[in-house]
Design a protein around this ligand. Structure first.
Ligand code: MF3
Ligand code: CO
Length: 261
């Protein structure tokens, strides 16, 4: 079947500059929250610090108030601990302990454009098996980013993540995907973390994509919590999540959430 990807926005030079700015802010906030991670801190305080930091840049959270069905997301960042995969909601009761891992996902809007990035870090010293999971997930992200270029398709990006992680014995969480990002948090295309090379929409310069592998140490199945947002692994084994917003160019992609000095 003939498929055309007319729904994937191509950003103008001006829009690209705006994306650079929103992504720079998202990256700064993520760095700052990462630096606060330590045993004894609770995830409510981390989220409140995220709220404050985002506002300090004149931006706002793309997560707060984000709706799926009737539930709007009640926090400013997503903070997911251990078996929590994504969209964890900061809580006074969730106190970080040595050896935990936490995913910090920061998605901001600045002057009408969205920047989205995430990473998983260890609290103090964690089990080497868990550290290896984090490292592999981040490496998978960078391999996938290398595929985000003219001449390739979405499936090439997806396949890069899947192959890198599954070869090393990890499983790919299939319930959440990466996405185009720009004037809204979720634009076309969807970018699964598994798939066949050479399939899916064609990639072109000017597209801005949030690529975000979610990788489990155990089984890939997830469950949703009562809060309607937090996803946890069904086997309660830890999972990792790294995300960057990238700009496709005529050459190698530009990682907008690793801003140039
Ligand atoms: N980076 C996350 C995503 O792409 C941000 C989600 S915000 C939430 O889905 F409101 F949906 F939690
Ligand atoms: Co995202």
């Amino acid at each position: 079947m003939l498929r055309r990807n007319t729904m994937i926005p191509i950003k103008s030079a001006d829009e690209i500059q705006q994306m650079r700015e929103s992504c720079r802010i998202a990256a700064c906030v993520l760095d700052e929250i990462t630096r606060m991670v330590a045993p004894g801190i609770n995830t409510y305080d981390l989220d409140q610090e995220g709220k404050r930091l985002i506002a300090s840049f004149g931006a706002h959270s793309a997560c707060f108030g984000y709706r799926v069905g009737s539930r709007s997301y009640p926090a400013y960042t997503c903070l997911s601990v251990n078996e929590e995969v994504v969209h964890g909601i900061g809580s006074l009761h969730r106190v970080l302990r040595e050896g935990d891992i936490i995913t910090i996902d920061v998605c901001v809007v600045y002057r009408g454009f969205v920047g989205d990035n995430a990473r998983t870090v260890a609290v103090g010293t964690a089990d080497p098996k868990i550290i290896a999971l984090l490292r592999t997930t981040e490496e998978a992200l960078f391999h996938a980013i290398e595929q985000a270029r003219e001449g390739n398709r979405v499936g090439d990006v997806s396949h890069a993540v899947q192959q890198y992680c599954e070869r090393r014995g990890y499983s790919i969480i299939r319930d959440f995907v990466g996405h185009g990002v720009g004037r809204t948090m979720h634009e076309d295309p969807q970018i699964p973390n598994f798939g066949a090379p050479g399939r899916g929409d064609r990639l072109h310069p000017g597209m801005t994509l949030a690529i975000e592998p979610m990788v489990a140490l155990g089984r890939p199945e997830i469950e949703m919590c009562e809060d309607g947002w937090t996803a946890v692994t069904r086997d309660r084994a830890p999972s990792a999540h790294y995300e960057h917003t990238v700009l496709l160019t005529d050459d190698r992609p530009e990682i907008l959430t690793i801003p140039k000095k």
